[in-house]
Ligand binder design. Sequence first.
Ligand SMILES: [Zn+2]
Ligand SMILES: [Zn+2]
Length: 371
Amino acid sequence: MATSRRDYYELLGVSRTADEAEIKKAFRRLARTLHPDVSQEPDAEERFREVVEAYEVLSKRETRELYDRYGHDGLRGGGFTPTSFALGSLADLFGAFFGDDLFGMSQARSARGGDIAAQIEIELAEAATGTTRSVPFPVTVPCVTCAGSGAKPGTEPVACATCDGRGRLQQVTRTLLGEMVRSQPCPACNGSGRVVEHPCLDCDGSGRTVEERTLEVQVPPGIHDGQQIRISGEGHAGALGGRAGDVYVQVRVKPHPRLVREGNDLFCTVDLTMTEAALGTTVKIPTLDGEQELQLEPGTQPGRLHVLRGKGMPVLQGFGRGDQRVLVNVQVPRRLNEEQRRLLEDFEQSASEETYEADEGFFQKLKSAFR
Ligand SMILES: [Zn+2]
Ligand SMILES: [Zn+2]
């Protein structure tokens, strides 16, 4: 983390003789205006980090003394590195710097709304082209009557008596390691710090009501069975201004009666009779675009594989398509009548090795069918 070269007193806007309380106050004021949650300035995050660093140095006696005497170089010589921190919410940050509740920020601890799960079912052909579905679901929204406060219009929620409006209860216990302060959400007000004395009649004081909503869900081409589409911010309303949850729509792709999907490829089989295979024929095969004719030459062997390039599923959020593979199965008669038996016996008499001469082994073809 880069260390600021700017004067820390200047950054906080305090004099070199400022006491601890003044420094805290200045930092608190600056952090509240500069925090990227609040500030729209493009360099807000950078300035905020500088201010945090200045506060870190000036709020501790040792580092402040080092800085007063030797400046930035003195700090680095003394092994000081600014704490690196993830830029969380302002409340979390104050919590981390000052311990729980020093500035009463966590009074308004807001909770993110719950997520909603929904499910839709589509056909394989729709999975190939992409589709749109209307998904109805009940969602919790802020109550319009009380603007989410839960208090009857004309009244205000009051500070919770149990926690004095802090939203959290602290418990100090003595341990071998010294005093431990444990803090937990106040059960009387669920951590909100406020209680509603006169509840809004439309939401029973919860500040939230249930609404039926419909979302138009865009299903992208190539989606796989069981995949989820996340629609951010359309879930249940958050408590006390927290952001809304998300909607997760799980997509089920109905099995096709004749096409089996393997990744982005499609697979089907075609049954020929023994004589069709020997004489050659034209068959209808299922594809995503409906039935298609496929010509099979005389002498088609069982296990013969036809690959229809680019006839498979599109690649999800990518380019190109898979293939469709058609595997030939040859049916051998199971029951023969007298005449059929005689005909086949005659045929067998007249057949020679040449009749069955192969150019590629059956096993090779079967192997290539499964790649
Ligand atoms: Zn209400
Ligand atoms: Zn309380």
